[in-house]
Design a protein. Structure first.
Length: 89
């Protein structure tokens, strides 16, 4: 676990969360959520799916806190593997 944490810190996945700007009170919740989602996508592209899921879950919490429920739902569907296809009725 320690090695994974060090690896992620060097790749700047967790560096985003440890950045002092990220925790300032004047930074909006949706800005934090979009940043976490971006870093999660980057982690997913490089093969760290479990880390991406962790970042996505945190981003969902920030989206809901900010009132952006559509973005939270879309990200939740991405985690669960939905294809987001419309069903014609």
């Amino acid at each position: 676990m320690e090695e994974l944490y060090t690896e992620l810190l060097t790749r700047n996945y967790l560096g985003t969360m440890l950045d002092p700007y990220f925790w300032r009170e004047d930074v909006k919740d949706y800005e934090k959520a979009t940043r976490l989602e971006y870093v999660g996508r980057k982690a997913e592209r490089e093969g760290y799916g479990d880390v991406a899921t962790m970042l996505y879950v945190k981003a969902i919490q920030y989206y809901e806190k900010a009132g952006w429920f559509g973005s939270a739902l879309q990200l939740r569907r991405k985690i669960l593997g939905h294809k987001n296809k419309r069903v014609k009725g």
